[in-house]
Design a protein around this ligand. Structure first.
Ligand code: ATP
Ligand code: ATP
Ligand code: MG
Ligand code: MG
Lengths: 240, 240
């Protein structure tokens, strides 16, 4: 069956896009058929894969508009306001994906850095939420509120809820990263993935080439960890 | 006269909060009377100054609600949707600040990582926009669209528009940061502030202590640059 993963965190710059792009690529390299959805109007996922936003004929907005609930002349940035006044607005993405779901082994959804209606749609549509958290204080601080919000959304939409926290941008040179990781493991236990993604400059260079990091620089430490994480997800939740 | 500065960028994690907090502190250390507004529902500015979000009696939401345009039982996260359907919604913050403006030398507004109605309010209310941009590709990529959007908002609200780009999280060990800075200087010329804020671990540690970085660790390289930037702003636009 198809596994739908969302990458969400209202804190900005925690590695949502980088994680979605590299996991999708690693799954494809293992022979899985993957759909990667860029639900962020900024379009970082789109740009990271070498596409030019201005040249796109269709975007996920058109898929959302198919649901006959919204007019389709706006762009994704406009969807936020347009969706907010529509009944059943949180189910629009789930309905749009239901049509395509059987064609893929996995569907990965990159979210914008907020908890607006687009992120709500991703929470409702997915089977598993992955919350990338930068190994720094401000990123850790907002986590309890975010998880509470996710739980409310899922219960209102009457769907099961499961999440994993992924620690990213881990800098082994500093005590700060280690402290944050320890603190999070104590408060969130098994919900924290054992694998931690290190900061590696090659990963930050990859988007300028329009190539996923694990292809641009397969041997760097972050690429290795993203491949290990993909295998772990396949053995665990994706395997059911 | 009072100078109103906004810190905005829809790309996440570019240093908006860190810049607002440290500039406000440096201005206060130079004897200026400063109002720092946390317009981000995440409350990173509030937390960086050691306040606990759950213990706040009032937030900026209450000031916005004074404008009689919106009901005041929601929190700032709710303002986004509530404001979106109100006529004159982009002027609410400017109106709320007009009452207090004369008491301060400077008002600094930290924005959430999106271009929703709260950021629109900050753009309309301010005299100068500071756009913190991380010295990395994805942060640079979204800049033209962001600036276009800001220009539209300002012209619709019939107010003057001026902006400066501040390069943050500059890592002198890598070629990527240098390349991004060079590219931005070529495309944006004088709109790029000469001063660049380096990445410094002390800066990232400060929020966990609830103290601004320039007080927590006055001698680190980022603190030095924030103090220099404050002096430059005082000699330039703030001085009129
Ligand atoms: N492992 C890594 N090592 C080094 N740099 C990284 C790594 N992961 C991400 N980055 C860089 O850090 C920045 C933030 O990452 P990214 O854009 O993926 O985060 P995001 O959560 O999607 O941001 P936003 O909140 O704007 O959507 C980017 O410039 C990215 O290239
Ligand atoms: N000069 C610096 N050196 C090292 N770390 C920094 C520096 N400036 C900011 N940081 C850290 O980088 C992260 C992102 O910074 P910050 O939260 O200020 O960005 P932001 O743009 O306000 O994020 P958001 O988009 O979530 O509002 C934080 O963990 C912060 O502590
Ligand atoms: Mg992103
Ligand atoms: Mg912030």
């Amino acid at each position: 069956p198809t596994m739908i993963l969302s990458f969400a965190n209202n804190k900005g710059g925690t590695g949502k896009t980088t994680t979605a792009v590299n996991l999708a690529t690693a799954l494809a390299q293992l022979g899985r058929k993957v759909l990667l959805v860029d639900l962020d109007p900024q379009g970082s996922t789109t740009v990271s894969l070498g596409f030019q936003k201005s040249k796109l004929l269709y975007t996920v907005y058109d898929a959302l508009a198919q649901s006959k609930r919204i007019a389709s002349n706006l762009d994704l940035a406009g969807a936020e306001v347009e969706l907010s006044s529509i009944p059943g607005r949180e189910f629009v993405l789930r309905e749009a994906l239901a049509v395509a779901r059987h064609k893929y082994d996995a569907i990965l959804i990159d979210c914008p850095p907020n908890i607006g209606i687009l992120t709500v749609n991703a929470i409702v549509a997915c089977d598993l939420m992955i919350v990338p958290v930068q190994s720094e204080f401000l990123s850790m601080d907002g986590l309890p509120t975010l998880l509470k919000f996710m739980r409310i959304v899922k219960s209102r939409a009457k769907t099961d809820f499961d999440y994993r926290i992924l620690l990213t941008l881990f800098d082994k040179r500093t005590g700060l990263s280690k402290k944050v990781v320890q603190q999070l493991r104590t408060s969130f236990g098994d919900h924290i993935l054992k694998i931690v993604i290190p900061r590696s400059i090659r990963m930050a260079e990859a988007p300028s080439k329009g190539i996923p990091g694990i292809i641009y620089s397969p041997r760097n430490s972050a690429s290795e960890e993203y491949r290990r994480l993909t295998k772990e997800l396949l053995e665990g939740s994706l395997a059911d």
